[in-house]
Design a protein around this ligand. Structure first.
Ligand SMILES: Nc1ncnc2c1ncn2[C@@H]1O[C@H](COP(=O)(O)OP(=O)(O)OP(=O)(O)O)[C@@H](O)[C@H]1O
Length: 941
């Protein structure tokens, strides 16, 4: 007799018995039919120790190959002959030892619908069919304790049909099975186990039969089919093999995987623990069977394969594969569980915290009606503000509406946002202006060098404000090329007069809603820029700087220019109506400053209302001064350098301005100086030197070769070339007109001169060239009748640079001069540059951009400029430092130009440097009249 541990399949079915045993009841009675069993409570956990009934029969046990393991670690056959010490203390009555028959015999069949059972397993099976129950009871009463346990082939399907049954129970036969619970023998697998009926317990749904599974049996066919199916069975004799290394390795791997399963939290934790405690690695049969049946996720058919596998090594391998897949499933399942738990617990945590917060607020009396507090906040914002009556009425109405709305409704949010804007506006709040012209001048001088016009204009504006006691709304327009300080001077003005600044750019803006706001019905509706300006500056008289007004777009969403007009026009803007706000707002006290590069593209009605101050670009001296006073100190500050560490000499600044950055503004100059300062910082950080002194000679090393060469392409103008002056958005430029004769004497088959023009010239300029040709031809005919150049010549006129588009009439005089130079074979005075439109009758008409053109001539180092007499006023308005070093001549007709260009007129006209334009114009006209040889034909009207 020996004690051994068996695995209890479905432990919880034994729980009542355990309780009974603990209470001192008779275990043996409770375990009817298993009077050779006892309970042990090693670790407080009930374990069934089984006393094998074939205990003394070593030979038969080994023949049957039963895989049971003794509790002391010895094999079943050994332990049977010498029971462990614990068993000697056992006082249970001597068991009735019966052998499990190991022969061919007819057995009642118990179909298994869940999974096959393996030898060594104790498992309860629920039989629901009444007839079958009856039959089992009568069999038991007749002393027949054995049954064949076979897996049904449709086990999975049946299980799915019936739903998951109790974990440890086998579901009843499918309702469509033949007879009262007896399965079709064809639907049963042929290999099963013989089960010994240990216990029968009536259950509400039928009978619970507890079987102890013994050796494998094979069904040889049905014998009879009544309430139960009887099968003829034979025991399967297993070949006992000596464990090889490979079998041992498999066994260890199975044990290891079982351990991992245990720690991973397998469904059959209890059974696993039990198995691991009792498992004998030296009994691989036992291990393979028990391991397989502990895999909870395996399909019944796969388990059946293990049951049917005759070769031990294969059986172990299949078991291992099942357990590994089980382990993987559990790992994935744990991962999923963890994720779900995290999500759920986060949501729960939030919920609990919110609930707690609510409760705490309530307890402390902090909870107020949300709506009330919002309304109170809005009311509080308006305290001390002078809200105009029409706005106050709307606000009151909206506040009342808010009180009646449900906070969860979308209407509530719309109203709340609307009120937020209405109450956030600085109703009646005005900043105090500093209306002292001297102080204002000091601030402007501090920030910007030069820009006399702008500064004077701002001073005048402030002076008027001082006299009137208030500054009325104005629209100033600062126009000029990029980088001349338009935006920054706008900022300085705000600082000088002490106004809050709000800047926005309208470049490319095509949606009128950006100016006037969206209607409140739109999702995400917002007021326009002007209302935003008031909210941001929190005053009703800010300085609003509107950048890039010349690049205002126009799209299908309306015309922003008209909307701007409404906001800027002093006549209209006292009641500016934003679409979103829907309440008139007074913008008349705001000061508007717009900036633009060109004025032509500004919508006429807007331009009409603006006061244009043009910033024409800087000459070299101005750039040097700006760099010295502002750009270099700023670059030093930005790079963290001291005045000693970074020095830029004036010579370097001059070379920079002349040869590296020839733009009208100073942005490129600023970039070059920044580059130098960074170079200095690097040298200091790398301890290469303690200071960087930049002279003009070091510029090529530090910045590379100069970008521009001499602007004077021709020192002495060749035949057919005349020098003009042009205006570009980037400032003035010296422009050459070149004409050459291409073939002559009827080469082109006509007797009239032909003109071919190139150089990306626009329509106006092309017309100008045609006028120039006609005029030059006539002029030459009258002046040199013998010269028949234009009758035979074919002329090609080119205006470099060919890649830059050019247009406008102001090159008319230059074109005529170029053609006459070619025709009369004379060169044009080389220190002269000219500008002016020519008419067919030879009149010289005024042109624009005089300042830029004069600056360009000066930059190029020319001595003389020839301007239309009607531009004398523009010359007169130029600052002295721009005119210094330049001489001007004025032309009414082309005769004046001719004299200056070809007859050394420049020398004859006695205009001294710095002479006023009026005097210069008078002198020029006098000289022209005196020297005019062509009679009245070219006299200006
Ligand atoms: N007269 C000046 N004195 C000092 N700094 C100047 C002067 N003119 C321009 N600057 C500097 O040049 C830089 C460019 O100026 P700003 O951005 O105002 O140019 P802008 O005319 O508005 O150009 P854009 O038309 O491209 O907007 C600024 O850093 C500014 O300080």
């Amino acid at each position: 007799m020996s004690w051994t541990r068996g695995v209890l399949w479905g432990c919880r079915h034994w729980a009542p018995l355990v309780r009974e045993w603990r209470a001192g009841g008779s275990v043996h009675e409770g375990l009817a039919g298993v009077n050779w069993a006892e309970w042990a409570t090693g670790s407080g956990r009930p374990t069934l120790r089984l006393r094998w009934p074939w205990g003394r029969d070593n030979a038969s046990s080994s023949r049957r190959g039963l895989s049971t393991t003794a509790s002391d670690g010895r094999s079943a056959s050994e332990s049977r002959s010498s029971p462990p010490a614990s068993s000697s203390a056992d006082s249970s009555p001597p068991p009735v030892v019966q052998r499990v028959p190991f022969r061919r015999m007819d057995l009642p069949c118990v179909p298994l619908y869940r999974r096959p059972l393996f030898p060594g397993i104790v498992a309860p099976i629920l039989v629901q069919d009444a007839a079958a129950c009856e039959a089992f009871l009568s069999l038991k009463d007749g002393g027949n304790r054995y049954a064949g346990l076979f897996l049904h082939r449709q086990a999975g399907q049946v299980r799915r049909q019936l739903g998951e049954a109790d974990e440890a129970s086998t579901p009843p036969p499918p309702p469509d099975s033949v007879g009262a619970g007896a399965p079709d023998p064809e639907l049963l697998y042929k290999v099963g186990v013989i089960g010994e009926l240990l216990r029968v317990v009536p259950r509400p749904k039928g009978l619970e039969l507890t079987f102890m599974c013994h050796h494998r049996i094979r069904s040889l066919g049905a014998v009879r089919k009544e309430a139960l199916l009887f099968l003829n069975t034979e025991p399967i004799v297993e070949e006992r093999v000596e464990p090889t290394t490979s079998i041992r390795a498999y066994s260890l791997a199975v044990v290891e995987t079982l351990r991992e399963l245990l720690s991973a939290g397998s469904l059959y934790k209890e059974q696993l623990e039990l198995l691991l405690e009792s498992v004998d690695v030296n009994n691989p049969y036992h291990l393979a069977d028990l391991g397989a049946c502990l895999s909870s996720t395996a399909e019944p058919a796969v388990l059946q394969e293990v049951l049917e596998e005759p070769i031990l090594e294969e059986r172990l391998s299949k078991t291992l594969a099942l357990l590994k897949s089980e382990l993987e499933t559990i790992r994935v399942q744990r991962k999923i569980n963890k994720q779900i738990e995290e999500n759920v617990s986060n949501a729960q945590r939030k919920f609990f915290l919110n609930e707690q917060l609510k409760y705490i607020k309530k307890e402390l009396g902090l909870e107020r009606d949300e709506k009330e507090s919002v309304r109170a906040k809005f009311r509080q914002r308006l305290e001390g503000r002078t809200v105009p009556p029409h706005a106050a009425a709307v606000i009151d109405e909206e506040l009342q509406k808010l009180g009646a709305l449900d906070p969860a409704s979308s209407e509530y949010n719309v109203t709340r946002n609307y009120l937020d804007w209405l109450t956030a506006l600085p109703w009646g709040v005005y900043s105090v202006d500093h209306l002292d012209p001297d102080r204002v001048r000091a601030v402007l001088d501090d920030d910007h060098y030069g820009l006399e016009d702008v500064k004077r204009r701002v001073q005048e504006f402030v002076a008027v404000g001082q006299l009137r006691g208030t500054v009325v709304g104005k629209i100033l327009l600062l126009s000029g090329p990029p980088g001349v300080g338009k935006t920054t001077i706008g900022r300085s003005i705000a600082r000088a007069i002490g106004r809050k600044l709000y800047r926005f750019s309208v470049g490319g803006m095509s949606d009128v809603a950006e100016i006037k706001g969206h209607r409140r019905t739109y999702v995400g509706a917002m007021p326009g820029k002007f209302i935003q300006a008031l909210k941001a500056s929190q005053t009703q008289n800010p300085l609003i700087l509107i950048d890039e007004i010349d690049k205002l777009g126009r799209g299908w969403q309306g015309d922003p220019a008209s909307a701007l007009l409404e906001a800027l026009d002093p006549e209209q803007n006292s009641g500016f109506l934003d679409h979103y706000l829907d309440v008139p707002v007074d913008l008349s006290k705001a000061l508007f400053i717009c900036t633009a590069n060109v004025t032509d593209t500004i919508p006429a009605p807007l331009y009409d209302r603006m006061e244009n101050i043009s910033l024409p670009g800087y000459i070299t001296e101005e750039k040097v001064a700006i760099a010295r006073r502002h750009l270099v100190p700023q670059a030093r500050k930005d790079a963290g350098l001291t005045a000693k560490q970074f020095v830029v000499r004036d010579s370097a600044l001059k070379t920079l301005a002349k040869d590296y950055c020839r733009e009208a503004g100073v942005r490129s100059l600023q970039k070059h100086i920044d580059k130098l300062s960074r170079r200095s910082a690097l040298q200091i950080v790398k301890h290469e030197s303690e200071q960087l002194v930049v002279g003009s000679e070091s510029l090529p090393t530090l910045l590379g070769k100069p970008q521009y060469g001499n602007e004077l392409v021709f020192k002495k103008l060749p035949r057919g070339v005349a020098r003009g002056l042009a205006w570009t958005p980037l400032g003035g430029a010296v422009l050459y007109v070149e004409s050459i004769e291409v073939g002559s004497g009827g080469g082109l088959g006509t007797d009239s001169a032909r003109l071919h023009t190139t150089g990306q010239i626009g329509d106006v300029m092309r017309e100008s060239s045609e006028i120039a040709l006609s005029f030059a031809r006539r002029f030459l005919t009258e002046r040199e009748p013998a010269n028949r150049f234009f009758e035979r010549g074919y002329v090609h006129m080119h205006v470099p640079e060919g890649a830059t588009p050019k247009d406008g009439p102001s090159a008319g005089c230059t074109m005529v001069t170029s053609l006459l130079s070619l025709a009369s074979n004379r060169t044009v005075a080389s220190d002269l540059a000219m500008t002016g439109e020519i008419t067919l009758t030879g009149r010289v008409l005024p042109v624009g951009g005089i300042r830029e053109k004069v600056v360009a001539a000066k930059r190029a180092g020319l001595k003389w400029v020839l301007l239309p007499a009607m531009n004398a006023r523009d010359w007169d308005e130029l600052p002295g430092y721009v005119r210094d070093g330049l001489r001007v001549a004025f032309a009414d007709t082309y005769d004046d130009v001719y004299r200056m260009a070809f007859e050394g007129g420049a020398e004859k006209v006695s205009v001294r440097e710095g002479e006023t334009a009026a005097a210069a114009a008078a002198a020029a006209t006098a000289a022209a009249t005196a020297a005019r040889p062509l009679g009245e034909s070219f006299t200006a009207p």
